[in-house]
Design a protein around this ligand. Structure first.
Ligand code: PLP
Length: 372
């Protein structure tokens, strides 16, 4: 049988993509903010109802640049969570800033907003919270804290493209929100990413950061790098955006099928849907706590049947070698994140995952129940 991976990239039809890139053979304009890039940027601003979108070649560089755009003095502290992809912690560190790890909420897997204040010191300059699995952080409480202590907020929104809170798209919170359009995400441009923001003053700053600080043929105004999105990536984005709502609707059916099988099974905790939030069903996390089999045993049982679930997020970023020297390193300072990281498995989910395969995956999981 074909292996089932944890995700499978969404793609438009071959013809639809060809139609979008045909003009590139006429113009020979392949990168550097050409027509396709401009159209895609505009499409996204519309879709997200966000005034500014700075397209990037990947999500990580978008996150690095979003943090850099805040002009935070190096050596200062940034409050974040370890229950994330290493990209988040790396982006803070590569900006010369010091991550301070906050624990997560056991239900939403996102930063526990009530634990932020106790971590604020006179060196704290920003919060980098992570939306996880299509759940959103407590954006209102985080903004209150940021206002009170004069902190910047940069959301790692890599998991939250297409998610809405009270009808407002996830692009619109904090000083900036950063998406990843990597092939494995709900919405992809092969590789890609974007910084979304409302403050006009950030437009030039982000353009400089992603294009060498070049403003004109003889005008270089800043020490920028290169993180531009090219025309082929933008063309993929234009196509995939047309089908996104449909893709999310199909993911929802997959998620519901899992819930039908697994809800209420002793020792299995499913993610609760959040009030006022339309999710994108980007992942299907299951926490095995007090189940007949451990998370690792479930992982192996699925793997033996050629089904590749993921231990996501494991390890925690405060428990990896390169951060062991940080004052807040070690998973003991974030017990809830440590608990979840040892017990969570994300099951395969993508728009064209066959519901019969979902049935089969659940059968394998439930077959591990030992009857006493
Ligand atoms: C995917 C991801 C990133 C990095 O995005 P890339 O496009 O792969 O560079 C950052 N943070 C989180 C939480 C992610 O899932």
């Amino acid at each position: 049988m074909e292996p089932i991976l944890v995700t499978r990239p969404s793609m438009p039809s071959f013809e639809e993509y060809c139609e979008e890139i045909r003009k590139l053979w006429d113009t020979r304009w392949l990168t550097n903010m050409g027509e396709v890039h401009e159209k895609f940027q505009h499409d996204l601003e519309q879709y997200l109802s966000c005034p500014h979108v700075a397209l990037h070649t990947n999500g990580h560089l978008a996150l690095e640049n979003a943090i850099a755009a805040m002009s935070l003095p190096p050596g200062r502290e940034v409050i974040t969570t370890p229950f994330t992809f290493v990209s988040t912690t790396h982006a803070i560190t590569r900006n010369g800033l010091i991550p301070v790890f906050c624990d997560v909420d056991p239900v939403s897997f996102t930063i526990d907003a009530e634990k932020i204040e106790e971590l604020i010191s006179d060196k704290t300059v920003a919060i980098v919270p992570v939306h996880v699995y299509g759940n959103l952080c407590d954006v209102e409480r985080i903004q209150q804290i940021a206002d009170q202590y004069n902190l910047k907020v940069i959301y790692d929104a890599a998991h939250a493209f297409g998610v809405r809170y009270k009808g407002i798209s996830s692009a619109n919170f904090g000083n900036a929100s950063v998406f990843s359009f990597h092939a494995t995400k709900v919405f992809n441009t092969i590789e890609g990413g974007a910084v979304c923001f409302r403050d006009d003053a950030l437009i030039n700053i982000l353009n400089d950061l992603k294009n060498f600080g070049i403003r004109g043929p003889e005008q270089i105004v800043a020490v920028g790098g290169n993180a531009k999105m090219n025309e082929f990536q933008a063309a993929m984005g234009i196509c995939n955006l047309r089908h996104l709502d449909q893709e999310i609707a199909k993911r929802k059916l997959v998620a519901q099928r899992y819930v039908e099988h697994l809800n209420g099974v002793p020792g299995i905790q499913l993610s609760k849907s959040q009030e006022d939030i339309d999710s994108n069903y980007s992942y299907f996390p299951v926490v095995f706590d007090g189940f007949s089999a451990t998370r690792d045993e479930v992982f192996i049982a699925l793997k033996e049947q050629n089904i590749l679930a993921r231990k996501y997020f494991y390890p925690l970023t405060n428990n990896i070698e390169c951060y062991s020297d940080l004052p807040s390193a070690g998973k003991s300072s974030t017990p809830t994140a440590a608990f979840l990281s040892d017990r969570v498995l994300t099951l395969p989910i993508y728009s064209d995952l066959n519901l019969n395969d979902v049935d089969r995956i659940c059968e394998i999981v439930l077959s591990l129940i030992k009857h006493k």
